[in-house]
Design a protein around this ligand. Structure first.
Ligand code: 5GP
Length: 119
């Protein structure tokens, strides 16, 4: 018997254009969009289009090339929307503030408050 297909994550549904989002960058495997609840002047979520990996530890072990691609998209977003400097935050685990268990990075840029972190 085959296991039932997992429900798509909210970020997979954004990548499939089922849920609207302000998309700012995209490659074949990665998508970037403005966070719905921004914690910084520029706050963009960068995530693989497929939700195969729950967090950055799984992604780094399973597909380091995709992690590198995600970081490269984050750099491009910071170049495009800010001055090129940025903070990259991967909340990892519920106790660290992770609420969506589909690996994603928060790109935070533009006159950041001292000590501000997403999540
Ligand atoms: P986490 O807390 O898992 O590190 O980050 C999840 C992020 O996704 C949060 O910052 C939250 O505001 C954002 N988010 C959750 N749902 C949506 C949505 O439907 N659209 C957008 N653009 N962002 C979302």
């Amino acid at each position: 018997m085959t296991a039932p297909a997992a429900e798509p994550t909210i970020f997979e549904r954004i990548a499939a254009r089922e849920i609207p989002a302000q998309i700012v960058a995209e490659t074949d495997r990665v998508i970037a969009f403005h966070d719905i609840a921004p914690q910084a002047p520029v706050h963009v979520v960068v995530t693989p289009k497929q939700g195969a990996y729950r967090d950055v530890v799984e992604l780094a072990g399973g597909d380091p090339g995709l992690l590198a691609e995600l970081v490269d998209v984050a750099r491009g977003v910071a170049d495009e929307l800010a001055d090129g400097d940025f903070r990259l935050v991967f909340n990892t685990g519920a106790n660290a503030g992770q609420t969506v268990f589909h690996v994603h990075a928060h790109v935070l840029a533009g006159r950041l408050e001292e000590g501000s972190l997403a999540g």
